[in-house]
Design a protein around this ligand. Structure first.
Ligand SMILES: Nc1nc2c(ncn2[C@@H]2O[C@H](COP(=O)(O)OP(=O)(O)O)[C@@H](O)[C@H]2O)c(=O)[nH]1
Ligand SMILES: [Mg+2]
Length: 489
């Protein structure tokens, strides 16, 4: 049987091999761990789990709404904002409250989630919301209450969601494969410290440049703000680029996003009447708009309208959006473009969705390995860890090694040219692109040439991480050559 290491058929083979590892571990670890291992195994064929983390009021729930295209995640201060909420694809639309006792209760969704849950948030493990939303077909999104918040419960719930609890059975069911970090103002030292702490705490199972992407949120309030001369979104974009370089170890990229603008654009909240009311503000002096609450609404504009516009668009959306003109349609396009959401979605697709099987398999093996390390029976634990190691050495799972080598290199030597090599190997849509080949090139010959070039690079590498990256790339090209020649998996 052949197992392609790349290409569309690679996914099932990679997942199948990881399922075999789960089965092997099940036989070694004993019945006490059967449920936990079964959960790890079944998650392999579910959509990738992406957790959205960041401090309270970072804009997480607003971003989730924008991504899902529904105003479902509460952004006010109700109880729902205090529990971990999974948004997954499913019909009919429904919400299931999963209590820490294991009990499950169905909640009604009328437009949005209820303000009150009917139980103390501390008794809730998580809330599962099933929606027929296209974005959820290949991604389960986990909204979290926030880290390092004023309430320890919020933090504990978030940590449980991302890092898992101590028992594998729980952690397997609650862990995320990938993470979006929302940071509201990158230059505030405590936000950076927060990111560090979180990453330290997450350890091996947590985030790294491979499975984490940063979001600089509230991009519309950067710089001097909406009433200053600068374009706040351009200021945020420049800051995001700097942050991506500084934080290359922790996140693979940082994108500026104005989630409020995206939410308004994507959830059908903006009506034609709003666009008309906004356009009517085009001639009003900026100072008057800025201070409207003190000075009163401009002539002919009801105060409710002002409130509604500021609620939908924020100060920047009002200040800059009023001159867009032409009605709701161009205004929606403008909001969409300014929000930066499409770029973030493209990144999520490239980094997470297209690599979903690799991230899920890697995560599953990591959980199994940790189970082995924690088993009180040392001999059984060693057998589990060796089964995991054995799986990792299978050529079918070579993409996991690529991703790990890339993570290590990005962390220690982000400027190394091998970062690009491994990124291309793991992200390119097909073999020709993976090899950087021109039309008509002899692909197997090119793969072999690149393999030996990479071996050469390993010999002159400036660090162990770079040497490992070069050896990994060399093996990638070699496996690719063998497959292209019809001689290997
Ligand atoms: N101006 C502006 N406000 C935002 C943005 N994203 C979220 N907000 C507002 O910030 C507040 C907190 O957002 P929320 O999504 O509940 O934050 P969470 O606690 O991280 O889930 C809400 O009032 C949102 O409307 C944004 O990009 N720009
Ligand atoms: Mg929230």
């Amino acid at each position: 049987m052949t197992h392609p290491t790349h290409g569309p058929q690679a996914r099932p083979a990679l997942i199948q091999r990881t399922e075999l590892a789960c089965d092997a571990v099940l036989g070694l670890a004993g019945p006490a761990h059967a449920a936990g291992i079964a959960a790890v195994r079944s998650a392999l064929t579910e959509p990738l789990r992406l957790a959205v983390v960041g401090r309270v009021k970072a804009g997480k729930s607003t971003l989730v709404n924008a991504l899902v295209g529904r105003r479902i995640a509460p952004t006010r201060a109700g109880e729902c904002t205090r529990v971990v909420t999974w948004y997954r694809y499913g019909a009919p639309d429904r919400a299931v409250l999963v209590l820490r006792s294991g009990e499950r209760r169905t909640l009604r969704i009328d437009g949005g989630l209820p303000e009150e849950l009917g139980v103390a948030p501390d008794d809730v493990d998580h809330l599962e919301v099933h929606l027929q939303a296209g974005a959820l077909r290949d991604l389960t999104i986990i909204d979290t209450p926030g880290l390092a918040t004023t309430t320890p419960e919020n933090e504990a719930a978030t940590r449980r969601a991302i890092l898992g609890a101590d028992a594998v059975s729980r952690s397997a069911a609650t862990q995320a494969d990938a993470v979006l970090f929302l940071v509201r103002d990158a230059e505030r030292a405590d936000e950076v410290a927060f990111l560090r702490d979180f990453l330290d705490a997450s350890g091996e199972l947590g985030a790294s440049a491979v499975n984490a992407v940063g979001v600089l949120s509230h991009a519309d309030v950067f710089g001097a703000g909406p009433w200053g001369g600068d374009d706040p979104i351009a200021v945020a974009a420049a800051r995001a680029r700097r942050l991506a370089v500084d934080r290359a170890a922790e996140v693979s990229d940082v994108r500026p996003v104005a989630a409020l603008l995206a939410e308004t654009a994507r959830t059908g909240r903006l009506r034609e009447a709003d666009a008309r009311a906004l356009a009517a503000l085009a001639g009003v002096e900026a100072a008057r708009l800025r201070l409207w609450e003190q000075l009163g609404a401009p002539d002919g504009v009801p105060a409710e309208t002002m409130e509604r516009l500021f609620g939908l668009l924020g100060p920047y959306g009002v200040a800059a959006g009023r001159s867009v003109g032409g009605g709701a349609e161009p205004l929606l396009r403008w909001l969409e473009e300014r929000s930066g959401l499409a770029e973030l979605e493209a990144l999520i697709r490239r980094r997470f969705v297209l690599r979903a099987d690799v991230l899920k398999a890697d995560h599953a093996l990591e959980v199994l390995d940790r189970l082995g390390a924690d088993l009180p029976d040392r001999a059984a634990g060693a057998a589990v860890r060796s089964a995991v190691e054995h799986a990792r050495l299978d050529p079918v799972l070579h993409p996991l090694r690529e991703v790990r080598a890339l993570s290590l290199l990005a962390r220690t030597a982000p400027a190394s040219p091998l970062v690009q090599t491994l990124t291309t190997l793991t992200e390119a849509p097909d073999d020709a692109a993976r090899l950087g080949a021109a039309p008509g090139d002899d692909l197997p010959a090119r793969a072999r040439r690149l393999a030996s070039q990479s071996t050469g690079l390993a010999a002159v590498a400036s660090s162990p991480a770079e040497a490992e990256a070069a050896r990994t790339a060399s093996r990638s090209y070699l496996l690719l050559a063998r497959r292209l020649e019809g001689r290997g998996p």
